[in-house]
Design a protein. Structure first.
Length: 126
């Protein structure tokens, strides 16, 4: 079964920051990434610390940044807003508020279609 360019595969969407990610998808992806980081730390425990950090934390950080960028795009914000996390306390709180507690923009935006919109043939009965 092949996937069309309009529906990217799960792996390609992990590393593509130019798309949108719904709130539920963001939470699920973040939990899975953190589980992978913890599993990687346990599996690389016999290795030297520097190598363990390089093999586990760097890819984990890249995946988390991509997920945050996709979620910011769903809120119609640029990826540059991720730098607000560098502001102590308030920047991180604002970012958590936007990424976790706010719903995405209902309309299409410059980063793509609404990930929650149902498309296709269906019957609306009123």
């Amino acid at each position: 079964m092949s996937t069309s360019p309009a529906t990217p595969s799960f792996l390609s969407s992990l590393f593509n920051p130019k798309t949108r990610l719904s709130r539920g998808g963001f939470l699920l992806r973040t939990i899975l990434i953190w589980c992978g980081i913890y599993a990687g730390v346990i599996l690389t425990a016999p290795l030297p610390l520097e190598l363990s950090v390089l093999l586990v934390n760097v890819p984990g950080l890249v995946l988390l940044c991509c997920a945050c960028i996709q979620r910011l795009h769903d809120r119609n914000y640029s990826a540059w807003y991720l730098l607000l996390a560098l502001i102590p306390v308030l920047g991180a709180l604002w970012l958590i508020w936007q990424l976790v507690f706010r719903a995405g923009i209902a309309d299409d935006n410059r980063w793509g279609k609404n990930p929650l919109r149902q498309e296709g043939d269906y019957l609306v009965v009123s």
